[in-house]
Design a protein around this ligand. Sequence first.
Ligand code: ZN
Length: 82
Amino acid sequence: MPISKKARIQREHKKAEAAGTRAPVKANGVPVKAPKPLTSCAYCKREVISTNLEQMRLHAAGHDGKNWPVEKCFPKEFPTAP
Ligand SMILES: [Zn+2]
């Protein structure tokens, strides 16, 4: 007897969970995209994706003041050497 679709999906989830690869899915089975980690600029509070260093550099370069380098906008992601 073939297993039901639901049982099959549950089995796949269990397998993926055991492997640590289970992606969160909605009730209808559509994978939920992981929310992008955001960080906000210390200068203008604008949020950018904290893993996108290039975007942060571009963002900082767009500021008027040259006194706000990317290290000041995002000190967490661009720590200055002591
Ligand atoms: Zn900014």
